[in-house]
Design a protein around this ligand. Structure first.
Ligand code: ARG
Ligand code: ZN
Length: 849
């Protein structure tokens, strides 16, 4: 049983807080184990919430004293907070509490990381700092005074007076407590400035530990690009005199949008060509944008309660995706996003953890920072935009900002601005928020007398707690091609609302080839019978880049499924189609690289399971190896030429074009390595002057079970760089051959640099193994056992990261009886752990179902 009593919170129980807050003053006297926090909170009764007892959240706090209007009180304390008798009118509540940041290994509330103090309050961490109504609909202005001998003392808002050992900060914008932040440390600022469209100067700083100052320039550029983009595209300007970012080594998530003081996992902000890959650069740019965009979608307009989390996260992910598309390539970004969506969200939506984009109950809200809330939440907004069109989307967003600035809003508020702008009724559309599960969309085409009819059917399988699903509104983007490859009907949006629906296209001279669900216009699984010939045709001719890629992906999947279920040989039409893609000099190298990549082991496992076949992880691994080997042999003559043609000269640039060439080179190198025993990869490794190429080469070698010399020299070269060493750990557990994966990971956990309390390092080593599908699912159960041992150990220190990583077991139902039995045994072992956290207990209980 978990240590804290499990209580389920329901959306339908929402009640306003008993009071409003007219201002908060906080003083922090920082000390590693005895930090004093003094608070002074101005409360005023909320006339709409009468008769409620006065309750403030508070956990793991040592109350020193409490006063109301200057009179000492003795409030009633429980494990979760404080209740007190309060005056009927406005009053001032004061408290002094003691907390211990140094021993806070959960990394929630105020904690220490490498000698610096920092905070993470979202979702419910502020209650570990002081007594407070820790809920997003209670908003207040904050004045903060920090007392410490450390040189840099930061909090939200604009700086006030500061003196030796003292800094004051004033945030004029009312905010919920989850956006509070404090940082104190021996930090160095990389500084710059930005002038907003209306002419306001904003000081910008990225604060890092000494030694990291040469890794800030890219992040600063990304921040300025984000600020400009949000002005240009959404008309949103920044609203304080200063914007600070701080890099922290120990952090549970990617980053946090605290008002004016964003705190980042150092892996999501620090960048240099020598230490960061192209993928790192793109991700860092996207996350900096994401957190910056939250200033409007999240901070100025926040969430009424945590059930509305997708209100800020879905929209902000959607905005950061738009931003990255604009900075780089729309086509490539869309393909990348769909790969991520299918890999994480579809898996979640089709397993025991499936939940609606807006959940209706939770035990631990941290368990709902999920791919469904974030990524499906973004897809839902993309659909809305497709349905109403770009113009109306813009008008609706303008209305949203105008109407709800300063509010703690709901999904109903969000949909209402679209209804008011367009006159549409979004009742059916809102099911995307309330019903879990991925719709299956099947389609058949029929042609006669110049008319082409598409017959669609939709159905969504049951998910936990939701046995029956209603039809959704599905925007289906369709274009028609004629057999010579010309587009005879441009993309249009078919709006499907029924369980079965047909759409007709008239006036056609020949039977067209349909391109369906262009740009992946809805987060559904499209089931479409099609010939290899037709898929190859679309891969060669589709004018929609997503569907062009998708045709190749479908071919790859069909090939693999046939190999696995019918002992079929590798489909040579697929190999020819790939050769054609590689030869096509008009294609973007980044696209060619994506077309060469095969579906993941996990993707194939889910596909087989959906088709009623029990996946064998080792057979999937072997089929992918066989297919890769065949591709390498088939493309043998082309590969050296493509490799050479995509060589990038000159100083490193992380921009999309050179990054795309390196991506293609890397994909080609992987194939070459299967033919030359790793000679070319060793040469690339030796010559590499950037992390992208160094890591690519090392990965290619590990994939063919070579590279021990390079692994050792990599370790020597990068021993002092935590972020690069994370890659070293992750690559080994992630790419180990299946039979050895658990043993290799276990050895890594005994390495002197395996600091298991650091989430990045833990995720690198153990997350590498759980991502190594055949290795994790090795028949002897060694992977399951090792991961479980470590999850149990980590849970006592860091529940959030443990709970998140326990999702590795959420696919147990797919597998054979022996694997199922072993996974259930390990889940039960976790569940039975004394003092297991509420976070992990909720997760394993849901996974077991
Ligand atoms: N709001 C942050 C972001 O956008 C995530 C913070 C999540 N933190 C947590 N403890 N669940 O992306
Ligand atoms: Zn976010």
């Amino acid at each position: 049983m978990p240590s804290t009593t499990e209580q389920t919170i329901y959306l339908s129980d929402y009640k306003e807080f008993s009071h409003f807050i007219d201002g908060v003053e906080l003083t922090f006297q920082l000390s590693p184990t005895k930090t004093r926090v003094k608070s002074k909170i101005h409360f005023r009764p909320n006339p709409k919430a009468p008769e409620q007892a006065f309750f403030l959240h508070g956990e793991h706090l040592k109350l020193i004293s409490a006063h109301i209007d200057g009179v000492k009180i003795s409030p009633t304390l429980t494990e979760t907070g404080l209740t007190a008798e309060v005056p009927t009118g406005p009053f001032i509540f004061e408290a002094e509490v003691e907390i211990s940041p140094e021993t806070n290994t959960a990394l929630e509330g105020l904690y220490m990381s490498n000698g610096m103090y920092c905070t993470q309050c979202e979702a419910e961490g502020f209650r570990k700092i002081t007594y407070y109504p820790d809920r997003p609909d209670v908003m207040a202005t904050f004045k903060v005074r920090v007392e410490s001998a450390l040189p840099v003392l930061l909090s939200n808002g604009n700086p006030g007076t500061s003196d030796e050992g003292i800094a004051e900060w004033h945030d004029p914008w009312p905010k919920p407590a989850y956006l509070f932040a404090l940082v104190a440390g021996d930090l160095i600022a990389h500084s710059d400035s930005f002038t907003t469209k209306s002419g306001k100067d904003v000081a910008l700083n990225i604060y890092v530990r000494p030694g990291d100052e040469d890794k800030c320039a890219f992040g600063m550029g990304a921040l300025k690009r984000s600020m400009t983009w949000d002005e240009d595209v959404y008309g949103r300007e920044y609203d304080l005199d200063i914007f600070n970012i701080v890099a922290v080594d120990d952090f549970n998530m990617g980053a946090m949008e605290n008002k004016g003081l964003n705190i980042f996992n150092s892996s999501c902000v620090l960048a240099s060509p020598e230490t960061s890959t192209d993928a790192n650069f793109e991700r860092i740019e996207g996350i900096i944008a994401h957190e910056y965009f939250h200033n409007w979608t999240g901070n100025r307009i926040t969430c009424r309660d945590w059930f509305q989390l997708c209100l800020k996260e879905g929209l902000t992910v959607f905005r950061d995706q738009q931003f990255t598309s604009d900075m780089r390539s729309h086509a490539v970004k869309r393909i990348d996003d769909v790969i991520t969506l299918r890999g994480r969200q579809f898996r979640e939506d089709n397993g025991p953890l499936a939940h609606p984009v807006r959940p209706e109950s939770f035990v631990e809200i941290n368990n709902f920072y999920t791919a469904t809330v974030y990524d499906k939440g973004a897809e839902v907004i993309g659909m809305l935009k497709r349905l109403v069109g770009d113009e109306d989307y813009k008008r609706a967003l303008d209305l949203y900002f105008e109407r709800h600035d300063g509010d703690a809003a709901t999904i109903e508020d969000w949909l209402k601005v679209f209804e008011d702008t367009t006159g549409r009724d979004l009742t059916q559309f809102s099911k995307w928020y309330s019903q879990a599960g991925t719709p299956r969309l099947s389609v058949a085409g029929e042609f006669s007398d110049g008319t082409y009819i598409l017959h669609f059917k939709q159905a969504t399988p049951p998910t936990p707690g939701q046995p029956v699903k209603d039809p959704r509104v599905i925007p289906i983007a369709v274009g028609l091609l004629n057999p010579n490859g010309d587009e005879v009907r441009e993309t249009c949006i078919l709006e499907m609302t029924e369980a079965e629906q047909s759409f007709r296209f008239t006036g056609l001279s020949t039977k067209p080839i349909p391109s369906i669900l262009r740009a992946f216009s809805a987060p559904v699984i499209l089931e479409r019978q099609s010939s290899t010939k037709e898929r190859a045709f679309l891969l060669a001719h589709d004018t929609d880049p997503f569907n062009k890629w998708e045709a190749g992906r479908a071919l790859a999947k069909e090939t693999l499924v046939a190999m696995l279920t019918a002992d079929a040989p590798v489909n040579s039409d697929f190999l020819d189609a790939l050769a054609a893609v590689l030869r096509d000099e008009n294609l973007d190298p980044a696209f060619q690289a994506l077309a060469l990549a095969l579906p993941s082991q996990d993707d194939i496992a889910q596909t087989l399971f959906d088709a009623g076949v029990t996946p064998d992880p080792m057979a999937i691994y072997t089929a992918l190896e066989t297919l890769s080997q065949s591709i390498a042999q088939h493309l043998q003559d082309l590969l050296p030429r493509i490799y050479a043609a995509n060589h990038v000269d000159g100083p490193f640039s992380s921009e999309a074009a050179p990054a795309g060439k390196r991506a293609l080179q890397g994909a080609v190198l992987g194939l070459i390595s299967r033919l030359d025993g790793g000679d070319q990869a060793r040469a690339q490794y030796a010559a590499a002057d950037n992390m992208t190429q160094q890591l690519q080469a090392l990965a290619c070698l590990l994939r063919i079970d070579r590279g021990q010399t390079e692994l050792a020299s990599f370790e020597t070269q990068w021993a002092q760089d935590r972020l690069v060493m994370d890659k070293w750990f992750g690559l080994q557990s992630g790419l180990a051959a299946p039979q050895k994966a658990a043993a290799i990971t276990e050895t890594l956990t005994k390495h002197a640099a395996f600091d298991w309390k650091n989430p990045n390092r833990f995720r690198a080593a153990l997350g590498g193994l759980t991502g190594n599908t055949a290795g994790f699912h090795a028949a002897d159960g060694a992977g399951y056992k090792l991961v479980t041992d470590w999850l149990i150990k980590l849970d006592a220190a860091n529940p959030q990261t443990t709970a998140r990583m326990s999702t590795a077991f959420d696919s147990w139902r797919r597998y054979d009886a022996s694997r199922q039995g072993q996974m259930i045994e390990q889940l039960k072992r976790i569940q039975a752990t004394p003092n297991l956290s509420r976070d992990t207990h909720e997760m394993v209980t849901r996974i077991l179902g």
